[in-house]
Design a protein around this ligand. Structure first.
Ligand code: SAH
Length: 342
């Protein structure tokens, strides 16, 4: 099978081209073309014709195709994209004053099975390659003719289950000869895979790590997220403390408020006790309805008392503004649909 150069870091392209006895500046040129969105070696016009033919013969450049695009009233765009093997993924563009933020998918489907999330309803199909994640950014950027400045790994999939490719992607998008996206503008969100949190800490990347905590008691967390059967909240928080020690980066704890399940004072109080004194931020998300599993959520204002309470306990907290809810593009609403449904 031909190798996909879109999944290569610049260093890897330099090594690969060295095997053809091409100098590093040639590899840099190839990398720069790819990062500009070029998906055809024939268009790399500063390489000789023979070089371009050699590349086409030995390598590919993975490209995604748009199946459809929906635009929300708030300007959020949800893209349904097709992968080379026909699998479908969704990616969501959110426009903020501070720039364009893209919510990437890291897997086709998801194996984690969180009760309130649409992405896992059909299980996991496969991991995405670094090139397939990168092309979500290149595709959308080309479509809107604007730069993507922020990346959140909160589309479908569990990024830490695909850690190697995700780290490769971060390396590629951070490259100054490419997209030059600051890692401080990248958020990786996990449902809490404890061993992989320790592993990620070793890379010491200045990214933002978000942990989908969603409960302060193990029994409640277990009722929401199967991963809680595997790791207790205390084990998870211990891994997060180790992560903060290693990276010196503040962790964000995501807390999807589900009426009557995890939003009552006892549980919120417990949350405050667990997080007190930690370098952290709590992001409250009024749960989004998925397939009518949950009643329509409270108006955001209904949860301000929780923010106030956490702040009083010395814990920084905000309520996440939801974008794209009207096109099912808000948190947890992304769902791969089969082609037959389209
Ligand atoms: N697998 C990763 C990233 C994907 S989901 C993770 O679990 O963190 C991104 C965030 O959206 C997670 O915090 C997830 O728990 C949350 N989420 C999922 N479904 C939701 C829903 N219906 N309403 C609100 N948030 C949801």
């Amino acid at each position: 099978m031909k190798k996909d150069l879109k999944s290569f870091t610049r260093k890897e392209i330099i090594l690969e081209m060295a095997s053809l006895e091409w100098p590093p500046y040639r590899a840099n040129q190839i990398f720069q073309w790819i990062q500009k969105g070029c998906s055809d070696f024939a268009e790399m016009t500063n390489l000789s014709k023979i070089m371009r033919e050699t590349l086409s013969k030995n390598y590919i450049l993975t490209s995604l195709w748009q199946v459809s695009k929906q635009t929300s009233q708030d300007g959020t765009e949800k893209y349904l994209l097709e992968l080379p093997d026909g699998e479908l993924i969704e990616t969501v563009l959110m426009r903020y004053k501070h720039g364009n933020s893209l919510c990437l998918s890291s897997q086709v489907g998801c194996a984690m099975g969180c009760q309130f999330c649409a992405s896992g309803m059909e299980g996991l199909s496969r991991n995405l390659s670094a090139g397939e994640m990168l092309d979500q950014i290149l595709f959308v950027s080309r479509d809107i003719k604007e730069r993507i400045s922020h990346v959140v790994m909160m589309g479908s999939g569990e990024p830490l289950q695909n850690l190697e490719e995700v780290v490769k992607l971060l390396n590629i998008i951070n490259d100054k000869q490419g997209l030059n996206i600051s890692l401080r503008h990248v958020t990786v969100s996990t449902c809490g895979l404890v061993p992989q949190i320790y592993e990620l800490a070793e890379y010491k990347l200045p990214i933002n790590l978000a942990i989908s905590l969603h409960a302060a008691s193990d029994n409640i967390r277990k009722s929401m997220m199967p991963i809680a059967e595997r790791y207790s909240i205390d084990e998870l928080l211990e891994a997060c403390d180790a992560y903060v020690d290693k990276t010196n980066r503040r962790i964000t704890y995501e807390y999807a408020l589900v009426p009557g399940i995890n939003d009552y004072p006892d549980e919120i109080n417990k949350l405050a006790q667990k997080l007190k004194g930690k370098l952290c931020h709590v992001n409250l998300i009024p749960v989004n309805p998925v397939d009518d599993v949950f009643p329509a959520h409270h108006h955001h204002k209904g949860y301000h008392h929780i923010v106030e309470f956490l702040e009083k306990e010395g814990i920084s907290a905000t309520i996440r503004r939801e974008l794209g809810a009207d096109i099912d593009a808000a948190c947890g609403q992304l769902k791969r649909r089969s082609k037959a449904d389209l």
